[in-house]
Design a protein around this ligand. Structure first.
Ligand SMILES: *[C@@H]1O[C@H](CO)[C@@H](O)[C@H](O)[C@H]1NC(C)=O
Ligand SMILES: *[C@@H]1O[C@H](CO)[C@@H](O)[C@H](O)[C@H]1NC(C)=O
Ligand SMILES: *[C@@H]1O[C@H](CO)[C@@H](O)[C@H](O)[C@H]1NC(C)=O
Ligand SMILES: *[C@@H]1O[C@H](CO)[C@@H](O)[C@H](O)[C@H]1NC(C)=O
Length: 425
């Protein structure tokens, strides 16, 4: 039975495809955005991941808010990977009064389409995920939150759910009129309090709140590379600006080992015993570096389709100088930074131990001087291995490799080289 594993994989893929087809069929309004006169970019990607065709102008009259006005809404995307500080950047946007923010809606796509293969990187899974993700993102940028319901389990009844992933991370979803539990004076509602005190989320109200705001920001950690987003970036109906957040892969690895204790168990064993387990899943590291390399190479080569739409931010620069970096981000977005953003930065990056201890953003704990604290947590073996695997991307992003354990542990030498990444405008 040599081919039995192939058969299993084929079956699994077939079932994914069927599920996805079913979801798309069930969704009565696959495309909520009205087409504009020159959709020259449609179908750019071709192949099995091609998005559903634009369904004429049917239904557009029902959605007058979609009448296209490029100068009106900015569709902001924080493109990142887990443990790279993306929640922090998300909050920098979430705090702005004109921005409607969603925390990683693609979580629902992944859990629905590939529940058991949560770290799957096989090419076919990736394509299915990507096609579905682009469809969903396009709808969400148009404030069509109903589209997300197809992926939420259990399926929302009467457009109401208490299962939206990290609802509490979005200010608009924790304040009036979406949630009545807090008044306008409750400035910073804690994520847990929001989930506890707000009634189930009324998606109709949430979509209204989205439309009320001038801009939409979405944090995404499940899209591997900027190149995967080309169809969205070039979509003339959208006005996408991508903030790509990167971090030293050695820091990401260290942070994941602390955070995802089960998934990264073998890495902890390596750290504790000094011996690399034979069955260690090295792809947990290599994929990060490959994705960064692909993405950053694309971004920094300044392709015409990213002109004015791409900004690269290093987590370490942000933690060293949060206010300045945030201003640069808002500059790039063409928005003015409001007072609440500044206040949020003041409260959340001061790095006083008292605040750090109780605060939920990893970035606060790791902030400023601690951006390199991974050096005290990883063994030299692991660092050496990471450096060998990620050599190119470390160099490209200005992260210095160490040549000895002494150098690794000597915190008076920073491994973050000064490097400026001017947004491509
Ligand atoms: C587009 O938005 C701008 C800025 O809000 C506004 O001044 C302009 O009138 C709008 N144009 C249309 C056609 O709605
Ligand atoms: C949905 O709304 C209808 C009409 O208001 C109601 O009868 C039904 O019980 C609701 N379903 C759920 C699951 O709440
Ligand atoms: C959700 O909000 C809409 C708009 O206010 C309202 O019409 C609808 O009844 C609400 N749904 C539920 C289940 O309360
Ligand atoms: C750490 O690095 C600094 C700067 O290169 C050097 O002067 C110092 O001697 C080093 N400390 C140790 C303990 O190696």
């Amino acid at each position: 039975m040599q081919c039995s594993w192939k058969a299993v994989i084929l079956l699994a893929l077939a079932s994914i495809a069927i599920q996805y087809t079913a979801i798309r069929t069930l969704t009565s309004k696959p495309f909520q955005l009205c087409p504009v006169p020159s959709p020259q970019n449609c179908g750019l990607l071709g192949g099995p991941e091609t998005e559903s065709p634009i369904e004429g102008r049917a239904g557009c009259d029902d959605y007058p808010y979609f009448s296209f006005n490029a100068s009106r809404k900015t569709h902001i995307m924080v493109l990142a990977t887990t443990r790279s500080g993306s929640s922090f950047v998300g909050q920098l946007l979430n705090q702005h009064a004109d921005i409607f923010y969603l925390f990683e809606p693609l979580y629902h796509v992944q859990t629905t389409l590939i529940p058991r293969l949560s770290h799957s990187r096989n090419a076919a899974d990736r394509r299915v995920m990507l096609g579905a993700s682009r469809d969903l993102l396009r709808s969400l940028y148009g404030c069509d939150l109903y589209f997300l319901e197809s992926y939420i389990k259990p399926a929302p009844a009467n457009h109401t759910t208490d299962k939206l992933f990290r609802r509490g991370a979005s200010r608009a979803l924790c304040s009036q009129p979406v949630c009545d539990a807090f008044g306008p004076t409750d400035a910073n509602v804690e994520e847990g309090d929001c989930v506890k005190k707000c009634a189930a989320l009324n998606m109709t109200l949430a979509a209204d709140a989205c439309r009320e705001k001038r801009h939409v920001a979405i944090k995404v950690v499940r899209v591997p590379e900027i190149g995967d987003l080309r169809a969205l970036v070039e979509d003339p109906r959208l006005n996408i600006k991508v903030i790509q957040l990167v971090r030293d892969p050695r820091g990401i690895l260290s942070s994941r080992i602390e955070t995802f204790r089960d998934t990264y168990r073998l890495w902890r064993i390596w750290r504790a015993t000094g011996r690399r387990p034979y069955n260690l899943d090295l792809s947990q590291l290599t994929v990060v570096c490959e994705d960064f390399l692909g993405s950053v190479s694309t971004g920094l080569s300044h392709p015409h389709w990213l002109k004015g739409k791409y900004m690269l931010v290093r987590y370490e620069d942000l933690s060293r100088n949060p206010l300045l970096k945030t201003m640069e981000i808002y500059d790039f977005l063409g928005l003015s930074m409001d007072k609440s953003v500044e206040e949020w930065i003041q409260t959340n990056t001061r790095g006083s131990t008292e605040l750090s201890a109780k605060h939920k953003y990893g970035t606060v704990r790791d902030s400023a001087a601690n951006a390199e604290s991974w050096r005290l947590k990883l063994s030299y073996d692991m660092v050496e291995y990471t450096q060998a695997t990620c050599q190119k991307v470390l160099h490209q992003l200005g992260y210095k490799a160490v040549k000895s354990a002494e150098e690794l542990k000597n915190m008076s030498l920073s491994l973050v080289q000064d490097k400026t990444f001017v947004p491509f405008s």
